[in-house]
Design a protein around this ligand. Structure first.
Ligand code: GLV
Ligand code: GLV
Length: 323
């Protein structure tokens, strides 16, 4: 008898193909680009042996109870897993798959693009070209901050943080600082200096947040944090929006406490179009597209399908989250 799988969204075809070819499960899917309404999700997972979900699906006790005792595996199409109640999942003996590594390069590239966009004021420039504000080449116009000779601070030197630091090095960064729970042996690859967060924040020209969202990092970037930054420094976040206190960031940006910010993640997502941060010229906000290359999303879909199959069949999962 075929096992039941629920996929919470339309995903790249590579994933669905693997699942149908395996011949071990029948797939039900919310086949839309838009999120599944909660009630439909709770209905859809009923009796499922496996769930393939996204970071926008809240996997909590209510959902696990709605799925019921068949559930063996949850495979998320993301590297982040802060949307899942891990203690509840563990209690029920459910395995979890995720997609580390395959999105590291794409996310690092996007983070560098975002940093440069904020530091060199690209969206402002594009806007001026379109609205007729480009009247001539002006020596003092649209000046920003460059990476060459600068100090970069990476908050959370994990896989993605390291990949960002490597790429920034190529721009002539002089010092790379990093902070986190522990020093990393691989930090030598970028000449990274392990420093307390306060030191990193005070000495960096670019503060790049690349840590995971945990109770420790929730709201970490707050008024105290921004007030220690240089007035000329640029803040970049491509991890999770909730690491930042957005009211404090708004204050810091609007009062000139810091120079600019680039955010690929916000709270909530999507950010309402009337949000105060969107009124600021020195704040570049992207719609959480760190891993959004065609090939990366395809590989993520494949990996999440393989993880799901491993969990269904009780075999190895290529990327199992151990917790
Ligand atoms: C993206 O944010 C992810 O967690 O994969
Ligand atoms: C800029 O275009 C320059 O020639 O300096």
């Amino acid at each position: 008898k075929l096992m039941k799988v629920f996929i919470t969204r339309r995903i790249p075809p590579e994933g669905a193909k693997l699942l149908s070819q395996a011949g071990v499960c029948e797939v039900a899917q919310w086949d839309s680009d838009e999120p599944v309404p909660r009630a439909e999700l709770l209905k859809g997972v009923k009796g499922a042996h496996g769930i393939l979900c996204l970071l926008s699906d809240k996997i909590d006790a209510e959902l696990l109870d709605a799925a019921g005792p068949n559930l063996k595996v949850i495979s998320t199409l993301s590297v982040g897993f802060d949307h899942m109640a891990m203690d509840e999942i563990k209690k029920r003996g459910i395995r979890v798959g995720y997609t580390p590594d395959v999105l590291t390069d794409a996310t690092a590239e996007l983070t560098v693009a975002l940093l440069l966009a904020a530091a060199r004021r690209l969206p402002e420039g594009v806007e001026e070209v379109k609205n007729g504000g480009w009247s001539s080449w002006k020596p003092l116009w649209l000046c920003g901050y460059g990476l060459s000779g600068s100090t970069v601070g990476v908050v959370g030197l994990g896989r993605i943080g390291l990949a960002i630091a490597k790429r920034l090095k190529a721009f002539g960064v002089k010092r790379t600082l990093y902070s986190g729970r522990t020093a990393k042996a691989y930090a030598g690859e970028v000449g990274g200096e392990f420093v307390p967060l306060d030191t990193l924040v005070a000495e960096s020209d670019f503060v790049v947040v690349s840590c995971s969202l945990t109770p420790d990092t929730k709201g970490m970037c707050d008024q105290a944090f921004f007030s220690k930054m240089k007035k000329t420094a640029v803040f970049v976040n491509s991890s999770r929006g909730t690491v930042v206190n957005q009211e404090d960031l708004y204050q810091a940006l609007s009062t000139g406490q810091i120079a600019a910010a680039g955010l690929d993640v916000t709270t909530p997502e999507p950010l309402p179009t009337d949000h105060p941060l969107l009124t600021l010229k020195n704040c570049v906000v992207l719609p959480h597209i760190g891993s959004a290359t065609y090939s990366t999303r395809g590989v993520m879909a494949e990996l999440s399908a393989r993880n799901l199959l491993g969990g269904l069949q009780g075999t190895d999962m290529p990327s199992e989250l151990t917790f």
